[in-house]
Design a binder for this molecule. Structure first.
Ligand code: TXA
Ligand code: MG
Length: 321
């Protein structure tokens, strides 16, 4: 299969929607990272997503919809979820909600779970695509399982860890503004909101909107159905050493702020800029072919998501996610 690059204009989006309607896979831009789109109602299309990514089938997929009304067709929206949707959709927030039996989603999307992860992306091209397609799109990050998430079209078709030849098309809309995946919020058995994955929306902002603190799940590879819990995720080929203040030996140092490196996530110490640069710089460092060291990143706001991804990149490669 030849993977084609579609322009992010009306014609390109119409072509993308046609591929999707025929059950084909199309990578599309979101404000966080590029997603691997498939018709979430079509089991054969969803099965191809797992195949193209080489993803363990127990890892469920995020469903992208155009707005809250569309989300309500596929999931129940309890009051706290509605508050968060009002506050942050469209945007880098995913909500794990009770799945509606009559919502028409393929069972494979949720990997058989009775909850579905839903998000309304803010990227204008994602919005145009959802409107042109007129249905829910399953959309995991558009990378091979366990590899770094793509923040540019070139990453999607990278010969190393990309999906060239495995998907019909990529919509080319340039780099993603946020650069790390969406923040995932769910509710536990007691109805307590829980941070399931730190991401592009700072957890503090969610807590402020809810007026209460989020519970946090400890990382646990024994429970791979919890999102982002597969430890070795976002993995470059090289080993990664964290909290480095200088390069040792032949390491490539990725700096931050005053810790200058061969590369620097943000010379001004700006966490938003660092998040947007993170995956691209990990790729860039990885291409140099030497061990990678990364400067300390402050652990607040977006730094929480950045450190989560860095810990996964540095974890031993025992589990594929
Ligand atoms: O920013 C993002 O969220 C990107 C863009 C493309 O939207 N998508 C993304 O999807 O990061 P993915 O599939 O790479 O990561 C989704 C995470 C996984 O860790 C998965 O386990 C979890 O969400 N997840 C999905 N559905 C779930 C469900 N029903 N219950 C619990 N966790 C779920
Ligand atoms: Mg992913």
């Amino acid at each position: 299969m030849n993977t084609i690059l579609l322009p992010a204009d009306a014609e390109g989006i119409t072509a993308a929607a046609m591929y999707l309607a025929r059950g084909r896979l199309v990578a599309f831009p979101t404000e966080t990272v590029y997603g691997l789109g498939a018709d979430a109602r079509n089991p054969a299309a969803v099965a191809q997503v797992y195949a193209a990514k080489g993803r363990p089938s127990f890892n469920p997929l995020i469903v992208h919809v155009a707005d809250l009304d569309a989300a309500a067709r596929h999931a129940e929206i309890p009051p706290e979820a509605a508050d968060l949707a009002q506050a942050f959709w469209p945007g880098p927030l995913t909500l794990v909600l009770p799945r509606r039996g009559d919502g028409g989603l393929a069972d494979l999307v949720t990997a058989g779970l009775d909850r579905v992860a839903i998000r309304v992306p803010a990227h204008p091209v994602a919005q145009m695509l959802l409107h042109a397609f007129g249905g829910p799109l399953a959309g995991p990050s558009a990378n091979a399982s366990g590899r770094i998430s793509p923040t540019e079209p070139a990453h999607v078709i990278d010969p190393d860890g990309g999906l060239a030849g495995r998907i019909a098309a990529v919509i080319d809309a340039g780099p993603c503004a946020v650069g790390v995946e969406s923040t995932i919020i769910g509710w536990d058995g007691q109805g307590v909101p829980v941070l399931l994955r730190p991401g592009g929306l700072p957890a503090e902002a969610v807590e402020q909107a809810l007026g209460r603190e989020l519970g946090r799940l400890a990382g646990d590879v024994q429970r791979p159905t919890a999102p982002g819990q597969l430890t070795s995720h976002y993995a470059p080929n090289a080993t990664v050493r964290l909290n480095a203040t200088e390069a040792r030996g032949d390491e490539t140092l990725i700096g931050f702020g005053t810790v200058a490196g061969r590369l620097n996530l943000s010379p001004n110490g700006d966490l938003t800029e660092a998040a947007a640069q993170l995956f691209g710089m990990l790729r860039q460092a990885d291409r140099i072919g030497r061990p990678i060291a990364v400067a300390p990143i402050p652990d607040h706001g977006l730094g929480h998501a950045i450190n989560d991804r860095l810990r996964r990149a540095a974890a031993p490669r025992i589990v594929s996610g």
